[in-house]
Write a protein that binds this ligand. Sequence first.
Ligand SMILES: NC(=O)c1ccc[n+]([C@@H]2O[C@H](COP(=O)([O-])OP(=O)(O)OC[C@H]3O[C@@H](n4cnc5c(N)ncnc54)[C@H](OP(=O)(O)O)[C@@H]3O)[C@@H](O)[C@H]2O)c1
Length: 278
Amino acid sequence: MPRHPPSPVPDFLYGTAWKEDRTPALTELALRMGFRAIDTANQRRHYFEEGVGQGLAAAYRAGTVTRADLFLQTKFTYQRGQDHRLPYDPAAPLSVQVAQSIASSLDHLATDHVDSYVLHGPSSNYDWTEDDAEVWAAMRKERDAGRTRLLGVSNVSQRHLQQMAADAAELPAFVQNRCYARLGWDRAVRQFCRERKIIYQGFSLLTANQEVLNHPLIARLAASANVAPAQIVFSFARSVGILPLTGTTSAEHMKQDLASRNLTIPSEAVQAIESLAG
Ligand SMILES: NC(=O)c1ccc[n+]([C@@H]2O[C@H](COP(=O)([O-])OP(=O)(O)OC[C@H]3O[C@@H](n4cnc5c(N)ncnc54)[C@H](OP(=O)(O)O)[C@@H]3O)[C@@H](O)[C@H]2O)c1
């Protein structure tokens, strides 16, 4: 049984990828601006998790937040997604790699538990494999030991999720996927998630969908609400049940992105955006 009660699910995640030396300062800034949920990964190639921990420590020192105010999410990444800076012994069995990786994450983040622990991506782009089943079992063990409250999977297809379900595996609390408007905003996976009460986290909502950001419908909605096009996209995302991520490096955009929580788009417009490009 989990040692902790489930974490409250946040309404926006601040993403810390690709920030390198700016990671501590941007993490601290995001918390100061009002973000309370942080997404990272123990994958030094794209994330500086230790820097996230430094940003958290600075925010705790400044009295901006306490650990209890936060939702912290990190990930286990297979060796094929890493560079040479591994958080585990690659010769060890996968279950040991998971244990080593999460121990290192807790050390980086100076906490005894994270709120969500995510498999960064399955071992195959096509199937849910035996390796994935081994990693998932190890992740559940970490959850049962109280080192994470919830579990997730990322970069998954509907097929991966169906195979996971057929394997009688416990399904994740979260799916985190890149969300392309031209694929109906990942319609098939979102539908699976809705049916199974899995919370869908969407990333690259802006960067993968430039054509949407520049679309006249979005421009019209933004002008009539006197907001930025990005805010329309985040508000739309929430309206269709997507928990959005943003990794903005700008204080002004952090403010805008958070303010989108108070923006409501008419339901006809939500439907129109959902089928704008796919
Ligand atoms: N699971 C995975 O495999 C995976 C993969 C990729 C990302 N992620 C997670 O998702 C997070 C977010 O990544 P992302 O790909 O969604 O986005 P991102 O790389 O963080 O980029 C967001 C982009 O949108 C811009 N932006 C944000 N708010 C804006 C606003 N209000 N107006 C105009 N431009 C705005 C930002 O520019 P400014 O900086 O100038 O604001 C930036 O160029 C990552 O940090 C990471 O945590 C996970």
